[in-house]
Design a protein around this ligand. Structure first.
Ligand code: ATR
Length: 291
């Protein structure tokens, strides 16, 4: 039997191809999410995960483009490199200083950043939280924090405070975004006596099972606490929030799905219904499939 062309490659040539690139990448949920989106919307596409060597990112993107790939998601640690590599950027990617979504059209390499809108959509649509007029605290001043500041300011909060262990980084971020709204960069000790209605953890502290040094009385009445990390069990910040009587406590699984939904829309012009996908992923997270 003669093999068909598509048997010679590890992908299906008839389908539009997408992928997520990162390092590490094995545990990425993006292939699962986009496959569910494609099924739900009746779109024919293939989405894979590509492990990229440190130092091999631009080559990997170039190869993917040259082989006819239609779009990429970019994750840790390549988002800033992707920002430098693309030939065009959306305004929100420009401000975020990072690109998590690339669209190829044969000529341009268009870079966008859907992380911030993913967070805002999860908070406002899925959890029905009004951000306008609220006092918001973002913990952390790395890439994760930077990616969400402009979309948060766009919601017109009463105040947006960025707290970071290394205060200088919080000050830099605040000055970078000050033309977009009321924003202040501080160290954690500066939070004494202040209360916030929405507290977002954009630090990597939960990865180490740690919680940033928050004052015990930092939560306003009916406060919402949101960790951009997620896992099968509540993160250390979520446990802290529950112990401090936060009214609502969420992890970042919804943000992950919402940033993917926005990328899917950029590529396909169709917006998936994310709620049922979030529910499926939550079930899979809590009860991993036995092989
Ligand atoms: P990312 O791109 O995920 O934001 P990053 O740029 O390395 O990653 O930033 C990590 C953020 O988590 C930083 O704000 C870091 O604080 P410093 O700038 O002071 O290092 C913060 N962070 C990491 N571990 C932390 C911890 N245990 N407590 C408080 N903040 C922590």
């Amino acid at each position: 039997m003669t093999p068909g062309m598509s048997d010679l490659f590890d992908f299906d040539l008839r389908k539009d191809r997408y992928a997520v690139m990162g390092n590490p990448i094995a545990h990425s949920k993006s292939p699962r999410i986009h496959t569910l989106f494609a099924q739900q919307t009746g779109q024919s596409l293939e989405y894979t995960a590509i492990l990229v060597d440190h130092g091999g990112f631009s080559q990997a993107v170039g190869n993917f483009d040259a082989s006819g790939g239609k779009g990429l998601n970019i994750t840790v640690p390549f988002k800033e490199e992707a920002w430098r590599l693309v030939t065009q950027r959306s305004e929100r990617a420009e401000l975020a200083g990072a690109v998590n979504t690339i669209k190829f059209d044969g000529k341009t390499m268009y870079g966008d950043n859907t992380d911030g809108v993913g967070l805002v959509n999860d908070l406002t649509h899925n959890h029905q939280i009004e951000l306008r007029g609220k006092r918001i605290l973002v913990m952390g001043a790395g890439g994760a924090a930077r990616g969400v500041i402009a979309p948060l300011l766009h919601q017109q909060p009463a105040a947006l405070v960025i707290a970071n262990r290394t205060v200088d980084k919080a000050l830099v971020l605040a000055s970078l975004f000050k033309r977009l709204g009321k924003i202040e960069g501080v160290g954690y000790e500066h939070l004494a006596g202040q209360q916030f209605e929405v507290i977002i953890n954009a630090t990597a502290a939960s990865l180490q099972g740690e919680v940033p040094p928050l004052p015990d009385d930092v939560l306003a009445k009916n406060a919402v606490c949101y960790d951009m990390m997620y896992g099968a069990r509540p993160t250390s910040f979520m446990q802290w929030a529950k112990a401090h009587a936060a009214a609502q406590v969420y992890d970042g699984l919804g943000m992950l799905v919402e940033q993917a939904a926005e990328a899917f829309f950029i590529w396909r012009g169709v917006r998936p219904q994310s709620r049922s996908i979030i529910t499926s992923l939550r079930e899979e997270l809590i009860t991993p499939a036995t092989k």
